[in-house]
Design a protein around this ligand. Structure first.
Ligand SMILES: [Zn+2]
Ligand SMILES: [Zn+2]
Ligand SMILES: [Zn+2]
Length: 200
């Protein structure tokens, strides 16, 4: 969250293109703003130097990324509101240049790795059931089978049963559950509830 927070000043876009160009990279793309985000985040994560240091680092990485990757001619006013000086990278990449794409793909790979190994995705704070479903998917191993024998790429988020694509049922907000949990009798095996008794 902290790493995307500076782009709130891009919300000026809803007041029109001129407002956007005037304020994007000005209001929130500075050291004062990311320091404030870091302090506010202590309300959730406490005053641990390791935690707060990483929040601050997220903000700094954002500024560094914009310094290189926003395209030509996007200055950063890092010392606002104390000093109107700005930095402008004369060697900035094109916004959609190969460097930006390479970093994007590296981030996708890193996210997949983190989902598989650490069971966390970028959705954890926003849509927890989706976070769980995606990290379950990323952690799939061939031995994890659905009761029907198909690949158990999902897990029931109520009872933990592996589920194939066609036996997963929605739990709302992108969460998944098995047929038995959906019908209110968790623990019943999938085949019982799904095989012979089903009407269609
Ligand atoms: Zn930005
Ligand atoms: Zn279940
Ligand atoms: Zn199945």
């Amino acid at each position: 969250m902290a790493s995307v927070a500076p782009d709130v000043d891009g919300l000026g876009l809803i007041f029109g293109r001129d407002t956007y160009v005037r304020y994007h990279h000005v209001v929130a793309h500075n050291f004062l703003f990311i320091s404030a985000v870091t302090l506010v985040s202590a309300a959730w994560i406490g005053f641990s130097p390791w935690g707060l240091g990483r929040v601050l680092a997220s903000g700094l990485v954002h500024l560094l990324g914009d310094y290189w990757g926003s395209g030509q001619g996007w200055p950063l006013y890092l010392w606002e509101p104390f000093n109107d000086g700005f930095v402008l990278n004369p060697h900035a990449w094109d916004f959609n240049g190969p460097e930006s794409k390479a970093i994007f793909f590296a981030c996708v790979i890193a996210s997949l790795f983190i989902a598989r190994e650490l069971h966390r995705t970028p959705f954890e704070a926003v849509v927890p059931p989706m976070d769980r479903a995606l990290s379950d998917l990323a952690a799939w191993v061939p031995s994890r089978r659905c009761a029907c024998g198909g690949a158990g790429i999902w897990l029931c988020q109520v009872c933990g049963l592996p589920l194939c694509r066609s036996h997963a049922r929605s739990l709302g907000r992108f969460g998944l559950q098995c047929e038995a949990c959906l019908s209110g009798s968790p623990g019943a095996t999938l085949l019982e509830s799904d095989g012979t008794n089903r009407r269609n």
